[in-house]
Ligand binder design. Structure first.
Ligand code: 4GY
Length: 220
Protein backbone atom coordinates (compact mmCIF):
# COMPACT_ATOMS: atom_id res chain seq x y z
CA UNK A 1 0.00 0.00 0.00
CA UNK A 2 1.27 3.46 -0.90
CA UNK A 3 0.85 6.70 1.06
CA UNK A 4 1.85 9.99 -0.56
CA UNK A 5 2.03 12.73 2.06
CA UNK A 6 1.87 16.37 0.99
CA UNK A 7 3.39 18.45 3.80
CA UNK A 8 5.55 21.47 4.57
CA UNK A 9 7.25 19.48 7.37
CA UNK A 10 8.38 16.08 6.07
CA UNK A 11 10.85 15.52 8.97
CA UNK A 12 7.90 15.22 11.39
CA UNK A 13 7.30 11.78 9.80
CA UNK A 14 10.68 10.37 10.90
CA UNK A 15 9.04 8.51 13.79
CA UNK A 16 7.41 6.23 11.21
CA UNK A 17 10.88 4.73 10.61
CA UNK A 18 10.66 3.07 14.05
CA UNK A 19 9.07 -0.12 15.34
CA UNK A 20 6.31 -1.97 13.47
CA UNK A 21 5.69 0.70 10.81
CA UNK A 22 9.43 1.10 10.20
CA UNK A 23 9.70 -2.67 9.70
CA UNK A 24 6.72 -2.66 7.33
CA UNK A 25 8.48 0.02 5.24
CA UNK A 26 11.76 -1.94 5.18
CA UNK A 27 9.90 -5.06 4.09
CA UNK A 28 8.14 -3.13 1.30
CA UNK A 29 4.66 -3.87 2.69
CA UNK A 30 3.90 -0.15 2.80
CA UNK A 31 5.51 2.82 1.05
CA UNK A 32 5.43 6.33 2.52
CA UNK A 33 6.41 8.97 -0.03
CA UNK A 34 6.95 12.35 1.62
CA UNK A 35 6.40 15.29 -0.72
CA UNK A 36 7.66 18.66 0.51
CA UNK A 37 5.11 21.20 -0.70
CA UNK A 38 7.83 23.89 -0.51
CA UNK A 39 9.63 22.21 -3.44
CA UNK A 40 6.74 23.35 -5.66
CA UNK A 41 7.01 27.06 -4.91
CA UNK A 42 8.03 28.98 -8.03
CA UNK A 43 8.87 32.02 -5.95
CA UNK A 44 12.55 32.95 -5.55
CA UNK A 45 12.04 33.05 -1.76
CA UNK A 46 10.27 29.63 -1.82
CA UNK A 47 7.12 31.27 -0.48
CA UNK A 48 4.32 28.80 0.29
CA UNK A 49 1.83 30.94 2.23
CA UNK A 50 0.32 34.40 2.20
CA UNK A 51 -1.94 36.62 4.30
CA UNK A 52 -5.68 35.84 4.31
CA UNK A 53 -8.04 37.86 2.09
CA UNK A 54 -10.49 39.70 4.35
CA UNK A 55 -7.81 40.08 7.02
CA UNK A 56 -7.17 38.19 10.23
CA UNK A 57 -4.30 36.48 11.95
CA UNK A 58 -1.83 34.02 10.50
CA UNK A 59 -1.03 32.73 7.05
CA UNK A 60 -2.87 30.64 4.46
CA UNK A 61 -1.17 28.03 2.26
CA UNK A 62 -1.20 29.09 -1.39
CA UNK A 63 -3.48 27.11 -3.74
CA UNK A 64 -1.11 27.04 -6.74
CA UNK A 65 1.78 25.59 -4.73
CA UNK A 66 -0.40 22.91 -3.09
CA UNK A 67 -1.92 22.07 -6.49
CA UNK A 68 1.48 21.57 -8.14
CA UNK A 69 2.55 19.31 -5.25
CA UNK A 70 -0.63 17.30 -5.82
CA UNK A 71 0.02 17.05 -9.60
CA UNK A 72 3.39 15.43 -8.83
CA UNK A 73 1.63 12.41 -7.25
CA UNK A 74 -1.81 12.55 -8.95
CA UNK A 75 -3.35 9.15 -9.71
CA UNK A 76 -6.97 8.60 -10.80
CA UNK A 77 -7.10 5.49 -8.60
CA UNK A 78 -5.92 7.29 -5.45
CA UNK A 79 -8.14 8.81 -2.78
CA UNK A 80 -7.13 12.30 -1.59
CA UNK A 81 -7.70 12.85 2.14
CA UNK A 82 -7.45 16.21 3.93
CA UNK A 83 -6.82 16.00 7.69
CA UNK A 84 -8.98 18.60 9.42
CA UNK A 85 -11.19 18.99 12.53
CA UNK A 86 -14.02 19.59 10.01
CA UNK A 87 -13.78 15.99 8.78
CA UNK A 88 -15.64 12.90 9.85
CA UNK A 89 -14.08 11.59 13.08
CA UNK A 90 -11.91 8.53 12.42
CA UNK A 91 -13.16 5.22 13.90
CA UNK A 92 -11.81 1.67 13.54
CA UNK A 93 -14.44 0.71 10.93
CA UNK A 94 -13.23 3.58 8.75
CA UNK A 95 -9.61 2.54 9.31
CA UNK A 96 -10.45 -0.96 7.99
CA UNK A 97 -12.27 0.58 5.02
CA UNK A 98 -9.30 2.82 4.13
CA UNK A 99 -6.95 -0.19 4.22
CA UNK A 100 -8.73 -1.55 1.11
CA UNK A 101 -7.16 1.26 -0.95
CA UNK A 102 -3.92 0.60 -2.80
CA UNK A 103 -3.00 4.33 -2.86
CA UNK A 104 -3.87 7.20 -0.51
CA UNK A 105 -2.77 10.83 -0.87
CA UNK A 106 -2.74 12.65 2.49
CA UNK A 107 -2.83 16.45 2.45
CA UNK A 108 -1.50 18.18 5.58
CA UNK A 109 -2.40 21.79 6.28
CA UNK A 110 -0.52 24.08 8.65
CA UNK A 111 -0.95 27.66 10.01
CA UNK A 112 -4.52 28.89 9.32
CA UNK A 113 -5.06 26.20 6.69
CA UNK A 114 -5.15 25.90 2.90
CA UNK A 115 -6.92 28.11 0.33
CA UNK A 116 -10.45 26.67 -0.04
CA UNK A 117 -10.31 26.62 -3.87
CA UNK A 118 -7.59 23.99 -4.11
CA UNK A 119 -9.31 21.91 -1.42
CA UNK A 120 -12.53 21.98 -3.48
CA UNK A 121 -10.48 20.99 -6.54
CA UNK A 122 -8.54 17.97 -5.21
CA UNK A 123 -9.92 16.62 -1.89
CA UNK A 124 -12.12 13.49 -1.97
CA UNK A 125 -12.64 13.13 1.75
CA UNK A 126 -12.05 15.09 4.98
CA UNK A 127 -11.05 13.13 8.08
CA UNK A 128 -10.57 14.32 11.68
CA UNK A 129 -8.75 12.30 14.36
CA UNK A 130 -10.77 13.92 17.17
CA UNK A 131 -12.44 17.06 18.44
CA UNK A 132 -9.42 19.18 19.31
CA UNK A 133 -7.24 21.56 17.32
CA UNK A 134 -3.63 20.80 16.41
CA UNK A 135 -1.02 23.02 14.77
CA UNK A 136 -1.03 20.96 11.58
CA UNK A 137 -2.34 17.86 9.82
CA UNK A 138 0.96 15.98 10.15
CA UNK A 139 0.23 14.16 13.42
CA UNK A 140 -3.27 13.21 12.18
CA UNK A 141 -1.69 11.89 8.94
CA UNK A 142 0.69 9.75 11.01
CA UNK A 143 -2.23 8.46 13.09
CA UNK A 144 -4.02 7.49 9.88
CA UNK A 145 -0.93 5.81 8.37
CA UNK A 146 -0.22 3.88 11.59
CA UNK A 147 -3.81 2.68 12.12
CA UNK A 148 -4.40 1.77 8.45
CA UNK A 149 -1.03 0.00 8.05
CA UNK A 150 -1.97 -2.48 10.81
CA UNK A 151 -4.50 -3.93 8.33
CA UNK A 152 -2.01 -4.36 5.49
CA UNK A 153 -1.23 -8.05 5.01
CA UNK A 154 1.96 -9.07 6.83
CA UNK A 155 2.37 -5.93 8.99
CA UNK A 156 1.06 -7.59 12.16
CA UNK A 157 1.44 -11.26 12.98
CA UNK A 158 -1.67 -13.31 12.15
CA UNK A 159 -2.27 -14.05 15.88
CA UNK A 160 -2.94 -10.38 16.79
CA UNK A 161 -5.36 -10.03 13.86
CA UNK A 162 -7.38 -13.06 15.03
CA UNK A 163 -7.42 -11.88 18.66
CA UNK A 164 -8.60 -8.45 17.53
CA UNK A 165 -11.51 -9.69 15.42
CA UNK A 166 -12.46 -11.95 18.35
CA UNK A 167 -12.75 -8.96 20.68
CA UNK A 168 -14.34 -6.66 18.06
CA UNK A 169 -15.77 -3.43 19.51
CA UNK A 170 -14.55 -4.33 23.00
CA UNK A 171 -11.62 -2.93 24.97
CA UNK A 172 -8.61 -5.18 25.51
CA UNK A 173 -8.32 -7.46 28.53
CA UNK A 174 -5.40 -6.76 30.92
CA UNK A 175 -1.96 -8.24 30.18
CA UNK A 176 0.64 -9.59 32.61
CA UNK A 177 4.23 -10.75 32.31
CA UNK A 178 6.98 -11.91 34.69
CA UNK A 179 7.56 -11.64 37.61
CA UNK A 180 4.69 -13.70 39.00
CA UNK A 181 4.55 -11.33 42.01
CA UNK A 182 5.16 -7.55 41.80
CA UNK A 183 4.92 -5.30 44.90
CA UNK A 184 2.75 -7.90 46.60
CA UNK A 185 0.41 -8.24 43.61
CA UNK A 186 0.07 -11.71 42.05
CA UNK A 187 -0.72 -12.47 38.42
CA UNK A 188 -4.33 -13.79 38.15
CA UNK A 189 -4.20 -17.54 38.87
CA UNK A 190 -6.10 -18.57 35.72
CA UNK A 191 -3.31 -17.17 33.48
CA UNK A 192 -0.75 -19.45 35.14
CA UNK A 193 -3.06 -22.51 35.09
CA UNK A 194 -2.32 -23.38 31.47
CA UNK A 195 -6.06 -24.11 30.99
CA UNK A 196 -6.57 -22.42 27.59
CA UNK A 197 -10.37 -22.65 27.60
CA UNK A 198 -10.59 -20.97 31.03
CA UNK A 199 -8.07 -18.34 29.99
CA UNK A 200 -10.10 -17.47 26.90
CA UNK A 201 -13.31 -17.27 28.96
CA UNK A 202 -11.63 -15.07 31.62
CA UNK A 203 -10.24 -12.68 29.00
CA UNK A 204 -13.60 -12.34 27.25
CA UNK A 205 -15.24 -11.55 30.63
CA UNK A 206 -12.55 -8.99 31.45
CA UNK A 207 -12.98 -7.31 28.05
CA UNK A 208 -16.73 -7.04 28.59
CA UNK A 209 -16.42 -5.76 32.20
CA UNK A 210 -13.76 -3.19 31.32
CA UNK A 211 -15.81 -1.96 28.37
CA UNK A 212 -18.96 -1.67 30.57
CA UNK A 213 -17.05 0.37 33.17
CA UNK A 214 -14.74 2.52 31.01
CA UNK A 215 -16.60 2.89 27.70
CA UNK A 216 -20.26 1.84 27.99
CA UNK A 217 -20.96 3.86 24.81
CA UNK A 218 -19.08 1.19 22.82
CA UNK A 219 -21.65 -1.46 23.75
CA UNK A 220 -24.65 0.55 22.46
N1 4GY B 1 -8.07 17.27 14.97
N2 4GY B 1 -7.96 15.97 13.02
C1 4GY B 1 -6.88 17.86 12.89
C2 4GY B 1 -6.31 19.16 13.21
C3 4GY B 1 -4.95 21.03 12.38
C4 4GY B 1 -4.52 24.14 10.29
C5 4GY B 1 -5.71 22.43 8.94
C6 4GY B 1 -7.66 17.05 13.72
O1 4GY B 1 -7.40 16.09 11.82
N3 4GY B 1 -6.75 17.23 11.73
O2 4GY B 1 -6.45 19.64 14.31
N4 4GY B 1 -5.62 19.77 12.22
C7 4GY B 1 -5.30 22.02 11.34
C8 4GY B 1 -4.27 23.12 11.35
C9 4GY B 1 -4.70 23.52 8.95
C10 4GY B 1 -5.44 21.41 9.98
Amino acid sequence: MKFDVLTLFPTIFQSLDESIIGKAKERGLIEINLVNIRDFSKDKHKKVDDTPYGGGAGMVMKPDVVYDAYLSVKDKNAKVIYLTPQGKVLKQDKVKELAKNEHLILLCGHYEGIDQRVLDEIVDEEISIGDYVLTGGEIPAMVLIDSVSRYVEGVLNEESIKEESFSDNLLEYPQYTRPEEFRGKKVPEVLISGHHENIEKWRKEQSLQITKIKRPDLLK
